[in-house]
Design a binder for this molecule. Structure first.
Ligand code: NAD
Length: 413
């Protein structure tokens, strides 16, 4: 469920502060806060036993001033219209911040996918996509994977859309490479996180080669962030997943841990490191703490134990608003989610461009262009942070909102 209380919802609080600092006209601020369109659909489908069942799905299109709506579709029992709306809004600011020609959207189906067979999930996915067909399109709204959806679900979406409209790979991103997915997409969010951490090291005068890094979450984002930061010369002293954490003050063997995790889908059972809890992990003394698992992982109950120089938010919303205020007073910097984890949507954009051109880029091309986008965004945000003496989160929202505002005025004014 989305949290609409601005004291604990860091996105809403940052939006309000940024609007105030930009001196935005209230009518424009209000217009940009409101979603353009919200669709709720009933999705009937046949169960494996022949019974007919139905579930509820959503697609929220927040803003398309700068380009087509863009954002993932998640399958989770807690999905509701408020959560989807909040996530769609965040996508508008994220795509603007990294300056890719998109707006923001998000979708979801309120199901626990573990309760359904693969065949049932395919029927649900195809029926959902048929239900939202009137409002999506390669120049209108381009979905992507999110929590509990993946390249297979995107393949069903693309197939369903292409059956009606002709071959259209650009209708979704996050597809398998065989169906027009981009090289480098799988690791893009972790790579972007590592690039942003490197830039932060430079600005916060931390020697990357001597730095100690702690990462919560060793899934797609956390494991790739660990791998690339390890390649940059950082010492990864602790990582964790849902099974608990591993700690080695001399640095974990990240390459072997990465392979172990790929094979077993967990860090549990890995030979190296001492076992610690997730709470102990968050309290470790380090240079960079990278929460890459859950929302609200750092909150009023554990914020006083945080002992790092910089928090790099790889997950969405891992630091609550109250915790962020306390950390600001303690001079612990936070590099916000909309900047840190924007690598994923950036390479999704590259995938879409390749699909529209029907031309495949090399992995080197993708990585080079990703690096440019991430560094440009970081530098823009950092310049505003210094000029306005505000936290990186507020500076990120100022850059993102101002860019949307300028396009909005040009189009509507
Ligand atoms: P994932 O499912 O691949 O991995 C999640 C990891 O978090 C797993 O290692 C899991 O064991 C761990 N985890 C779950 N509960 C935990 C707990 N209570 N304590 C510690 N660890 C726990 O997910 P992901 O794709 O790596 O996404 C991680 C975060 O990054 C999410 O917040 C997601 O919304 C955000 N994000 C992901 C992408 C992307 O491209 N994958 C893009 C933007 C944002």
């Amino acid at each position: 469920m989305a949290n609409n209380n601005s004291s604990s919802n860091p996105t809403l609080a940052a939006y309000k502060k940024a609007v105030e600092l930009l001196g935005m006209k209230l009518n424009i601020a209000k217009a940009l806060e409101m979603p353009d369109r919200e669709l709720t659909v009933e999705v009937p489908f046949k169960m494996d036993n022949g019974d007919v069942n139905s579930v509820v799905g959503y697609r929220v299109q927040h803003n398309n001033t700068r380009g087509p709506f863009k954002g993932g579709i998640r399958y989770h029992q807690h999905v509701d219209i408020e959560e989807v709306r909040a996530l769609a809004t965040l996508m508008t600011w994220k795509t603007s911040l990294v300056d890719i020609p998109y707006g923001g959207g998000k979708g979801g189906i309120a199901i626990d996918p573990s309760n359904y067979s693969k065949n049932e999930l395919e029927r649900i996915s195809r029926k959902f996509f048929r239900a939202i067909d009137p409002i999506v399109g390669p120049n209108v709204d381009i979905p992507a994977p999110d929590v509990n959806t993946n390249a297979q679900v995107m393949s069903w979406f693309m197939d369903e859309y292409s059956q009606r409209h002709g071959y259209t790979p650009a209708i979704v991103t996050g597809k398998p490479v065989e169906l027009g997915g981009s090289l480098g997409r799988e690791e893009a969010t972790g790579r972007g996180t590592a690039i942003i951490t490197k830039e932060a090291a430079d600005k916060w005068n931390i020697d990357l080669n001597k730095s100690e890094v702690v990462i919560q979450g060793f899934g797609n984002v956390g494991s790739y962030a660990a791998k690339f930061l390890n390649e940059y010369g950082c010492k990864i002293i602790a990582v964790s997943d849902v099974s608990g954490g591993l700690y080695d003050p001399n640095g974990l063997d990240i390459n072997n841990l990465f392979d172990h995790n790929k094979k077993h889908r967990t860090i549990d059972g890995f030979g190296g490191g001492k076992k610690i809890t997730n709470e102990e992990l968050l309290a470790l003394k380090c240079d960079f703490l990278i929460p890459a698992a859950l929302g609200s992982a750092i909150n009023s109950s554990n914020v006083n134990s945080i002992n790092c120089k910089v928090i790099v938010e790889a997950a969405n919303g891992p630091v609550t608003g109250e915790a962020a205020d306390k950390l600001w007073k303690r001079k612990i910097a936070i590099i916000p989610d909309i900047l840190t984890n924007a690598g994923g949507v950036t390479v999704s954009y590259f995938e879409w461009v390749q699909n529209l051109q029907q031309f495949k880029w090399t992995k080197q091309d993708v990585n080079k262009k990703l690096q440019e986008k991430m560094i440009n965004a970081f530098n823009e945000v950092y310049a505003v942070k210094i000029e306005k003496k505000v936290p990186m989160r507020i500076a990120s929202f100022m850059v993102a909102i101002d860019r949307v505002q300028q396009s909005y005025i040009l189009r509507e004014g």
